[in-house]
Design a protein. Structure first.
Lengths: 408, 155
């Protein structure tokens, strides 16, 4: 769900009070409304009061009847159902699909057990992030992954280019883009009990990051215990003809406690969980080490390299990155992306990449990049908003504790 | 409560109607309106300024209001502060030129007053008017209602 700058999106749905800005926003986001793609749940969203906005070429609900504040809180108290069908599901198949993917990502794919997955990063030659993605090794000859809607075209072009070269050398790999499927994310404490009503499979045996192919509500689904909220939950890839029925069944089985939730609350939730939004918090020129994703670089990969940009990344691991992604609490108005960060003497040390008011903590939270040395938790900073410097402090993330379902 | 909500959303889905639109937001008769969705109420030489119900409805939960200093000059159509909702920042423009004589300090602790009471407890500043002629360029309630309808329709 990343790529298009959700904060700007929020502005586009908001009647801008400043006239001049309104015109730019209108031009930028409403011009191509007719060309926007719709998920199979589009009518369902509209019927449920979804406020549809353009997002990465799709018409998606930014919120429903509930306010973004209420939606965010309800996800952590009960549960949320999101349509994330704009994201691109992809299968890589063939006996060499693992070594092929390992050239493009930082994860130890070979070391994943069948049915296990992880968050990873596609890197370029300079070690920068092309996209982040959740990948799963279904079997040794089948990888399932989901990439961001906003990065779909460049990701697919990148994978295709490398696949051609790989096949030319005799490698056995092919792909299938799952455009015949839709993707629902069910998140929050009621996610598992609700979903359990709709499948015979014992969900208590599927842990965070794990993947199963199973029947849900009579449809053949790919289930990953993962998400983008910090809560326990699932992403369910369902054949598109069954997607609306599944969404209805989930809402009904939760007795109305799981609520349809839009991109607005999804952004608050992921920010509270300290998760990156590609295009804001991670970009082409940012390495996984700078982005705080060193943990996602497999041990074997650190020793062997063998992925694009490995030289840069391994060198950063050794001598430390020049900048680092950190979290902040701050006073005053909520920081937004591009707010300047200064040290306590007023010297510029970086920039906010995402920020807002945390509905759960009832205070401002933000993330951004600062020079190494200013990155330690407790470091006092100033955050500049509309020309005024407000007090902030570097803070550990996640801001709200994550509740992933892991073996005891 | 839960079952009522479920019923409501089910009914909406069968009828294929949207239950989101609550009709047009309220507009107060005796106020004057700027096209960037601020209102002004003039009593003698003093004017009270706030944002409209329509504006607060589109903004969503207001979490912070940036107020000007007492004594600061404001001018017609120009920004004097900002309101922040969970997801968006919006400038607040003054419908009228003059000098700030009072700011609503309550908003520092309770920015949500903008949502719950946009025309009363959620007022933002009081201004000593320097050019009452500017009032003629503002919209009255009827015109502003129509303006909001058109703006909603075009999106």
């Amino acid at each position: 769900m990343r790529g298009a700058g959700l904060w700007q999106l929020g502005q586009s749905i908001t009647r801008r009070l400043a006239q001049s800005d309104k015109k730019t926003v209108a031009r930028r986001y409403f011009a191509s409304e007719a060309e926007l793609k719709k998920t199979v749940l589009y009518d369902f969203h509209v019927a449920h009061g979804g406020k549809m906005v353009p997002f990465a070429g799709w018409s998606m609900p930014i919120q429903y009847k509930d306010s973004i504040m209420d939606s965010t809180l309800n996800c952590r108290q009960n549960g949320s159902l999101f349509d994330v069908s704009h994201m691109c599901g992809l299968s890589l198949k063939g006996k060499d699909c693992v070594p092929f993917l390992e050239k493009l990502v930082i994860a130890d794919v070979a070391g994943l057990a069948p049915g296990a997955g992880t968050l990873t990063v596609f890197t370029n030659e300079k070690g920068g992030a092309i996209d982040d993605s959740v990948i799963t090794k279904v079997k040794d000859d089948h990888i399932y992954l989901v990439v961001n809607a906003g990065c779909r075209d460049k990701d697919l072009a990148h994978i295709e280019e490398h696949m051609k070269a790989f096949k030319a050398k005799g490698g056995d790999v092919s792909w299938h883009i799952h455009d015949e499927r839709s993707l629902l994310a069910l998140q929050g404490p009621l996610a598992a009990p609700t979903l359990q009503h709709l499948t015979k499979e014992d969900l208590s045996k599927i842990y965070f990051g794990e993947f199963h192919i199973l029947d849900i509500n009579g449809a053949h689904c790919f289930l990953t215990r993962t998400g983008y909220t910090g809560e326990d939950g699932f992403e369910i890839s369902v054949p598109s003809e069954n997607a609306v029925d599944l969404a209805k069944a989930i809402l009904e089985k939760s007795e109305g406690k799981v609520r349809l939730t839009g991109l607005g609350a999804r952004d608050s939730l992921r920010l509270e969980a300290g998760l990156c939004l590609y295009g804001n918090d991670m970009e082409q020129h940012v390495t996984p080490v700078e982005a705080g994703l060193t943990w996602a670089i497999g041990k074997r990969r650190r020793a062997e390299g063998g992925f694009l940009g490995a030289e840069v990344i391994l060198k950063q691991l050794e001598s430390g990155p020049p900048v680092r992604r950190v979290g902040f609490f701050s006073s005053g108005p909520p920081p937004r992306s591009h707010s300047e960060i200064q040290d306590d003497k007023g010297k510029s040390i970086g920039e906010v990449t995402s920020g807002g008011f945390s509905p759960c903590l009832k205070k401002n939270i933000a993330m951004g990049y600062v020079k190494s040395g200013s990155h330690k938790a407790g470091t006092k900073v100033k955050i500049v908003i509309r020309g005024k410097a407000y007090d902030g402090v570097v803070t550990k993330m996640p801001f709200v504790p994550t509740k992933y379902y892991k073996p005891a | 409560m839960a079952s009522r909500l479920l019923w409501a959303s089910r009914a909406a889905s069968y009828l294929r109607i949207s239950v989101f639109h609550r009709g047009f937001a309220s507009v107060v008769k005796d106020l004057k309106y700027l096209d960037s969705h601020e209102w002004v109420k003039v009593e003698g030489n003093s004017a009270t300024v706030g944002i409209t119900d329509h504006a607060q409805d589109h903004l969503g939960d207001v979490v912070y209001v940036e107020l000007p200093e007492v004594g600061a000059p404001v001018s017609h159509g120009s920004s004097f502060g900002a309101v922040e909702s969970v997801k968006a920042t919006s400038d607040i423009n003054s419908p009228i030129s003059g000098k700030v004589v009072e700011v609503n300090e309550e908003l520092n602790n309770s920015p949500g007053l903008i949502n719950s009471s946009p025309y009363d407890k959620g007022w933002i500043i009081k201004v000593e008017v320097s050019n009452s002629g500017e009032l003629n360029s503002l919209m009255d309630a009827d015109k502003y209602t129509k303006f909001c309808e058109e703006e909603d329709g075009s999106h």
